[in-house]
Design a protein around this ligand. Structure first.
Ligand SMILES: [Zn+2]
Length: 222
């Protein structure tokens, strides 16, 4: 077999196996762009960037990638509306999953970007609340950390959106929007797409592990 035939053959094998995994088949994912409206979240004054806009841009980019890959996606907000409480965000996600797909969302990811008084500070953090959230938090953490190269962990925050309704969820702070390099790259570079790719890969890993990790417990006594 010459080299180009071998290469073609390998590419077909890879394409088939990727297709066979299809991690997002049937997945129903709620994405929450943190803050909105009168609640701007963190701000970068140098580049006049509000966290609420960064969160929404990432959610839109991620939604596109997930839908292309076969996932069903609902968004808590699709514009600059103010949502009065975190509890309401979760309720909106649950209602949309129910209205559009007649079932509970599989997971909810709340997208945020962090804030520090030190404009040079950067790092990646993921927050979860319940034990059931750990695999999701870890999967997102592992693919988001390379964005900054500074690992601030995945932590049980005991606060935030993950508290309500036992919906499997995690809150991501992929980087600090108060960091001037980050704000510059958001505004003039391709930071939104880079993060959406990392979020996408983390979610793909989560659903792949979930379906192959024996979590279904086939045949086990109840
Ligand atoms: Zn925030």
């Amino acid at each position: 077999m010459n080299k180009s035939i071998l290469c073609s053959f390998l590419l077909i094998v890879i394409a088939l196996s990727v297709n066979a995994i299809a991690p997002f088949d049937g997945a129903l994912i709620a994405l929450d762009a943190g803050h909105g409206g009168t609640e701007t979240g963190a701000r970068n004054e140098t580049y006049q960037v509000a966290e609420k806009d960064v969160n929404l841009a990432v959610v839109f980019a991620l939604q596109g990638k997930l839908r292309t890959a076969g996932a069903k996606v609902v968004l808590t907000r699709e514009g600059d509306e103010t949502i009065s409480s975190r509890k309401e965000r979760v309720q909106i996600a649950i209602n949309k999953c129910q209205t559009f797909y007649q079932r509970k969302c599989d997971i909810l990811v709340s997208v945020h970007h962090n804030s520090s008084s030190d404009p040079a500070h950067d790092g990646t953090l993921v927050i979860y609340n319940e034990k059931q959230d750990v695999p999701l938090a870890k999967a997102l953490h592992d693919t988001l950390v390379p964005l900054t190269g500074q690992d601030e962990g995945y932590l049980n925050g005991g606060y935030g959106i993950t508290v309500y309704n036992h919906l499997v969820s995690a809150l991501t702070e992929a980087y600090y929007i108060t960091n001037d390099t980050e704000a510059y790259n958001y505004k003039y570079g391709n930071r939104v797409d880079e993060e959406a790719d990392a979020q996408f890969t983390g979610l793909a890993n989560y659903f792949t592990n979930k379906s192959s990790g024996g979590g279904k417990g086939g045949g086990k006594p109840r």
